[in-house]
Design a protein around this ligand. Structure first.
Ligand code: N01
Length: 539
């Protein structure tokens, strides 16, 4: 197809074939709307298509990190491990696509470059890199929160004689580390998951750490047939209960403050979360005030530091791995690992502090720091993160009413109503984007919540004969203010995290997700709908 042809007419274009785009397609079909998913990758799966680095797995339990919309689907799929590895999740997504015959409406290798609103038609003109054009009443952005990878911009990669990779753009054939000297830059979730895996295969691994973050053990293990059967016997109830928890999955929340219990009780609770209760994000819910009370938070932080010191044999390395006191526990996204700290006891692993002596360039033989220290390497791995939450949307030329660019509107940070819609951009919707619980929750359940809400909204608009649904400016302003106020009551904005945009030079420092929790958010969006889509104009 070339752009001399008229655009393909659809009710909706959905951008992205990850968990969100796939379920949105299924849902729109169910209500009889025509839709096409445009996906940049050569396969479906979004995050789970791109992030194939060794050790990649989800840190939300597989029994929760899966669709709940089909009882048959959840009954027939057998998760094998508590935390599913990336290949299993990708297989699952492909299974869903085939099982519901969705593939025929998914166009791969179709990176969307622009979406322009036509005010006379009340339709979006969506164009891909390859020149395909679509005219759709609705444009639904299922572009993901962590889909634009960022590598350091230092010079020399063109002269580096070895190979280099980014965690989020991993070769499908894998990387052979055997006999290689590997440098890994970044100690967020990706770096923490990769470190033990690379260490086992490489001749030598140097981990370049700029900021020590907190990591807790996943306590991953196989799911037994008995456990699976028990969950499946009451899966619906489990899903409902999950939506009543702050994060949309089970973390057994404690309703006590860390400061109202004795030292002994506190330690016991932390130990229980670290190990007995199953590890992972449960630590964040050990007490009800860890994210709002610095004194309580300090207790959790100190507990993790004590675990690092007890695990890592070399005291200098242990100290370097301990997060500093000015980084409250959990305010940078918590890492969940298998044997991360233990790996630094291996003879072939070294930790290098690049906070005090930053990496400045790649050389033909490796990496060089500001002080002139050289690290000879055969492979460099960037686990340096993403232009989170806004990167994917800002990478598309999105223009709304009066030709306003979304990039310009978001110059000082994202502005949405309910995290779903943007004033001045009618019929454009964002799934699990900024201003919604999104990355602070079980993404799959938050996605389902958004897709269900939006699908109902579009059905109601159709029943009313409306051609245009638009968030009102006042509603958006109120929501942005509310999102900020709620965040400011917590410790989150005190950290330099990607939640705040502070991992990217020049990005506005704004706390982007909605921190009040899934139940509070769900109540608000349901009330908005029940109140005739309060804050939206439907005409
Ligand atoms: O990225 P990150 P990520 N020199 O931004 C460092 C999800 N995820 O890919 O902290 C040296 O967290 C940077 O240092 P600093 C999850 O939501 C989930 O690891 O900015 N270092 C940091 O250490 C996660 O939070 C899963 O000082 C540099 C690291 O790179 C999100 O994706 C698995 C540097 C980036 O950490 C992102 O995780 C993986 C430089 N020039 C990811 N530039 C699971 O479900 C950056 N860094 C388990």
């Amino acid at each position: 197809m070339s752009n001399t042809h008229p655009p393909v007419e659809l009710d909706a274009v959905i951008v992205g074939a990850g968990f969100a785009g796939i379920y949105q397609l299924y849902s729109l079909r169910r209500i009889g709307l025509s839709a096409r998913v445009l996906e940049a990758g050569e396969g479906v799966g979004g995050t789970w298509f791109w992030n194939r680095y060794p050790g990649a797995r989800c840190d939300v339990e597989s029994l929760d990190y899966s669709y709940s919309f089909s009882e048959e689907l959840q009954q027939e799929w057998d998760w094998k491990e508590r935390y599913a590895p990336q290949p299993d999740i990708l297989r699952y997504i492909n299974h869903v696509v085939d099982r519901f015959d969705l593939r025929r409406d998914i166009q791969l290798n179709a990176r969307v470059t622009s979406a322009i609103f036509d005010e006379t038609l009340d339709r979006w003109l969506v164009t891909t890199e390859g020149g395909d054009r679509f005219s759709a009443r609705y444009c639904i952005m299922a572009t993901g929160c962590l889909s634009i990878p960022q590598a350091p911009t230092f010079s020399g990669l063109d002269v580096f004689k070895g190979r280099w990779y980014h965690s989020a753009n991993w070769p499908h054939e894998g990387v052979d580390f055997s006999g290689q000297r590997v440098g890994l830059i970044g100690t967020g979730s990706s770096g923490v998951q990769m470190t033990p895996e690379i260490a086992q295969r490489a001749k030598h691994l140097t981990v370049f750490q700029r900021t020590a973050n907190y990591s807790v053990p996943a306590q991953n293990e196989p799911i037994t047939p008995e456990q699976l059967a028990e969950v499946k016997a009451n899966y619906g109830a489990r899903r409902e209960r999950a939506l009543e928890t702050h994060t949309g999955h089970f973390l057994i929340a404690n309703d006590k403050s860390a400061m109202e219990v004795s030292e002994e009780e506190r330690r016991k609770e932390f130990e229980f979360r670290w190990k007995g209760a199953g590890g992972g994000f449960r630590m964040l819910r050990a007490f009800n005030d860890l994210m709002v009370n610095k004194q309580s938070n300090d207790k959790a932080a100190e507990f993790v530091r004590s675990k690092i010191r007890a695990t890592v044999k070399d005291p200098a390395t242990a100290e370097l791995l301990c997060p500093k006191e000015d980084l409250p526990f959990g305010t940078k996204r918590l890492c969940v690992d298998t044997d991360y700290y233990q790996t630094f006891n291996r003879d072939n692993v070294a930790l290098v502090d690049v906070k005090t002596d930053p990496l400045v360039e790649a050389t033909p033989g490796g990496l060089r720091t500001q002080s002139g220290q050289e690290y000879p390497l055969d492979i460099i791995v960037f686990a340096t993160g993403f232009d989170a939450m806004t990167g994917a949307l800002k990478s598309i030329d999105v223009r709304g009413v009066g030709g306003q660019h979304l990039r310009d509107k978001w110059e000082h940070g994202p502005r949405t109503y309910l995290g779903l819609a943007v004033a001045g951009f009618p019929n454009l919707f964002i799934l699990a984007g900024p201003g919604s619980p999104s990355v602070l929750s079980n993404m799959v359940h938050s996605i389902e919540l958004h897709v269900n809400w939006l699908t109902q909204c579009l059905q109601d608009a159709r029943a009313k004969g409306a051609r245009r649904i638009e968030a009102q400016q006042q509603a958006e302003d109120g929501w942005v203010q509310h999102v900020n106020e709620v965040a400011d009551r917590t410790l989150y904005p005190t950290a330099n995290s990607w939640y705040m945009g502070s991992n990217m030079p020049g990005k506005p420092r704004v706390f982007m997700p909605y921190v009040a929790g899934v139940p509070a958010y769900r109540k608000i969006v349901n009330e908005v709908a029940a109140d005739g889509y309060r804050g939206f104009e439907m005409a």
